[in-house]
Design a protein around this ligand. Structure first.
Ligand code: AHR
Length: 328
């Protein structure tokens, strides 16, 4: 069970002591007596629901920032639109929330609205993707993944592939301008620059969705493009790509090597089945991390400005036991 929020709890305990003195009653505190004033209000601006990863992330946040943990969470789904996130943040400021948590669509474009949040004295915690602002004091701290490092791990795996006539790579990108896309693309570009035998035969944005991944690969196959590797910047696009390959009578993992990111359970089933050859974990379980950050801030402790979560990768060596342990 998670620790209660000390600073918020103290006035409540004092109030209950006073109440028992006044009424002569000595019963212990019960959750029903919890004064509403102790609840911490958090406005969470979420990117959307584009992927399994995103849904696992939303679940993690709602579970950790729950009422029983002392929170009132206001969740706003931006449907992948930065304008909606900016509006949501302005609404949170109007409401006077205690904290704003931002899972940003894009890296840039946050300076104005975060200046407004700072002027209102509301701490902003950034999760998952990074933001690029002129003044770092516009956000309190960030926790998320090192996307370029994830990409470099995938590239290292590709370097071990045994392809006689080189790699002909289809690159499915995530939402352009998100740091998940920027980092993973940059790592592939490094790989391409370092290997003459690697050829980029197609690059396009699949927006992290299964439908777009499927549509792109389907069109490429219909057009007769020759490729032997798909570097998919997330699992859902890989699911779509796999469906398209199968619909064209190709065997994923045999005719085409699939490289993916996220490593959710559904994808790891495909890794175990040999359809995905390498899946780089991107950890979505930020809820407890954000809870921990807020508790530190409540106690006057400044958390580290940047926290990179540690992540692992999966390939043909994966076992059923490892898969069963995946929480998402
Ligand atoms: O920012 C994390 C990325 O966003 C995940 O890799 C992707 O699945 C999600 O939509």
């Amino acid at each position: 069970m998670l620790r209660p929020l000390k600073r918020r709890l103290l006035p409540g305990i004092l109030a209950l002591c006073l109440l028992s003195l006044l009424t002569g009653c000595t019963r212990s505190a019960s959750p029903a007596l919890t004064p509403a004033a102790r609840i911490i209000t958090v406005g969470f601006s979420q990117v959307g629901a584009e992927s399994d990863w995103r849904n696992a992330n939303t679940r993690s946040m709602t579970e950790a920032l729950s009422e029983e943990n002392g929170y009132r969470l206001i969740l706003s789904d931006a449907q992948n639109k930065q304008e909606r996130q900016i509006t949501a943040i302005r609404n949170f400021i109007q409401m006077g929330v205690d904290y704003i948590v931002l899972a940003p669509t894009n890296e840039t474009g946050w300076d104005t609205v975060l200046t407004e949040a700072r002027a209102a004295g509301i701490p902003v915690i950034v999760v998952d993707r990074m933001i690029e602002v002129a003044d770092d004091s516009l956000y309190t701290c960030w926790v998320g993944s090192d996307f370029r490092k994830e990409g470099r791990n995938a590239v290292r795996f590709m370097e071990g592939l045994n392809a006689q006539d080189g790699l002909r790579i289809v690159h499915l990108q995530g939402n352009l301008g998100s740091s998940a896309q920027i980092g993973r693309t940059a790592a592939l570009d490094e790989g391409l620059a370092a290997h003459d035998s690697w050829q980029l035969v197609y690059r396009g944005a699949g927006d992290f969705t299964q439908a777009k991944g499927q549509e792109i690969v389907n069109d490429l196959l219909d057009a007769g493009l020759d490729f032997n590797v798909i570097y998919s910047e997330n699992d859902n696009m890989a699911f779509g790509a796999i469906a398209a390959l199968k619909a064209h009578g190709l065997v994923p993992g045999v005719d085409v090597t699939i490289i993916s990111f996220d490593a959710g359970r559904r994808a790891l089933e495909m890794t175990l089945a040999g359809e995905i050859s390498f899946d780089m974990e991107c950890n979505p379980l930020h809820g407890p991390r954000v809870d921990n950050i807020i508790r530190q801030l409540e106690e006057g402790i400044q958390p580290p400005k940047l926290t990179f979560v540690s992540e692992t990768s999966f390939d043909a060596t994966i076992t059923r036991e490892v898969l069963e342990q995946r929480p998402y």
